[in-house]
Design a protein around this ligand. Structure first.
Ligand code: GLY
Ligand code: MN
Ligand code: MN
Length: 471
């Protein structure tokens, strides 16, 4: 078959890629080598995990090219890639020839990988979480590339320059983020609609993930579809669904060029919230609404986190679960008994965008991660900028490891009404999460079209305007 006849499901915005290279050249004079990586074997060499290219590579190449390396210098792009071997063609099929791939991404030249060593002089690079690639980098560069936390010299300058570029999104990136967002919205609607005919979590998960697959997308992270909402990243989905359970679904799409979404909804399996579930749901929703309303350029994301903590503390006092002055409770981190994570994070090519660089990108220079109970999982501590995309994801959880911990119980014995808390035993975990673009005048919720009002959720789950599908 002529490779030219092959359908190739990628659109490359060459102009955007070129502008990204030029912006990098303005920030960093030295040449840069970026490895795409390669798929890892599972249990034997021919059975492999799906390939996911390095996000820094994707940012400049636009295509997930396996076993490829980019060299960037002064805005010029050299692509290093080999044509597939006869065995690869036999088992995996033809791929377009390297010259054609190079033309798609707007490369200035294309070379076999064996030539890479002669272009290594003075090159900065970034590590990948792969021993194989670390070994290849050491062979090619003649030096070890340390993990992100230990980068120095031009590698560290490269990390800082790329972080600066990727903190805010250009129009091409936003187009992809919107596509990922809208398919994710459809997946959640599919999950809600599938609940009343599903017996287990995994059936709902399958309904959601089938929407991603049918749109030629993958999951941006391991889906969380669970009645154990208190397990923050519960990726096992084998539990049965019972009337009275809340189902927490944190599922996000990723486009073929790597841009993601990260959305959570929590709904009642029966199609009807119980009174305690509804009260806590309303509270989490009002924390999310208040946070979203406060987003704007220049606002400190840490203040958004504290705003969520304050709204939750006030609501928990009103419900009789916490006792005391809400501001003082937040100062003492008492809210973290029920909201132990941060309000969100950056979103882009990675679901926790740029977290491969530790806190280099997400903490402003001179700021460090706190070890406070109520702040240690704050993943972003910067003033917001136009063009950033962040998640806003407050939650309420009853985590046994926290609530039964003797030290925490002693510390907070005066603030929690345990007897009253028992009235909310059917609320194991609620999270509401949306993806939000910071704009010049405020913000735009990219996943706005997914309903979140309790009545809307009940109608979608029960497929009846009255709610309450019988189980
Ligand atoms: N889906 C993972 C998170 O919300 O951070
Ligand atoms: Mn998230
Ligand atoms: Mn999430």
């Amino acid at each position: 078959m002529n490779p030219k006849d092959m359908a190739f499901p990628f659109v490359c915005d060459r102009l955007a890629l070129q502008q990204r290279r030029q912006r990098l050249a303005q920030a960093l004079p030295c040449p840069v080598l970026l490895w795409a990586g390669e798929s890892q074997p599972r249990n034997f060499p021919a059975n492999r995990y799906p390939f996911r290219a390095s996000s820094h590579f994707l940012y400049f190449a636009g295509l997930p090219l396996e076993k490829a390396v980019l060299r960037l210098e002064q805005g010029r792009l050299q692509l290093f890639i080999d044509p597939p071997s006869p065995a690869e063609i036999l088992w995996q099929g033809e791929t377009p020839p390297p010259a054609e791939i190079a033309a798609w991404i707007g490369a200035d030249s294309v070379h076999p990988l064996a030539d890479l060593q002669s272009y290594r002089a003075g090159a900065a690079t970034l590590p990948l979480p792969s021993p194989l690639i670390s070994w290849q980098q050491a062979q090619i560069l003649g030096r070890e590339v340390p993990i992100a936390a230990k980068l120095t010299g031009s590698d560290l300058e490269l990390a800082a320059a790329i972080a600066q570029l990727r903190l805010t999104h250009d129009p091409a990136a936003l187009r992809e983020l919107r596509r990922a967002g809208s398919v994710t919205v459809a997946a959640h609607q599919g999950g809600m609609a599938a609940t009343h005919t599903s017996q287990t979590e995994t059936e709902v998960r399958a309904a959601m993930e089938s929407v991603l697959t049918a749109a030629n997308m993958t999951s941006a992270y391991a889906s969380i579809v669970t009645v154990q909402g208190e397990v923050l990243h519960q990726s096992q989905s084998f539990h049965p669904l019972k009337a009275g359970d809340l189902l927490l679904a944190d599922v996000g799409a990723e486009t073929l060029s790597g841009w993601g979404a990260d959305v959570t909804r929590t709904w009642p399996v029966s199609g009807k919230f119980s009174a305690p579930q509804r009260a806590i749901y309303q509270l989490v929703l009002s924390a999310q609404d208040r946070c979203i309303a406060a987003l704007a350029p220049g606002v400190e994301y840490r203040q958004i986190h504290f705003l969520a903590a304050q709204v939750l503390a006030e609501g928990l006092v009103d419900l009789g679960i916490l006792r005391g002055d809400p501001q003082e409770l937040v100062d003492r981190d008492a809210h973290a008994l029920f909201f132990p994570h941060g309000i969100g994070h950056l979103l882009g090519l990675d679901v926790h965008d740029l977290e491969d660089l530790g806190d280099l990108a997400s903490y402003a220079p001179g700021r460090n991660r706190s070890d406070r109970f109520g702040l240690c999982f704050l993943r972003l501590d910067r003033p917001l900028q136009t063009g950033m995309v962040v998640t806003i994801e407050p939650g309420f959880y009853q985590v046994p490891q926290i609530l039964a911990d003797p030290v925490r119980r002693r510390t907070y014995q005066d603030c929690v009404n345990w007897q009253r808390l028992a009235d909310f035993a059917d609320v194991r975990g609620i999270r509401i999460e949306d993806d939000v673009l910071i704009t010049e005048t405020g913000c735009e919720v990219l996943t706005q079209s997914l309903p979140k009002q309790p009545e809307e959720i009940e109608a979608l789950v029960s497929r009846s305007p009255l709610g309450g599908y019988p189980r």
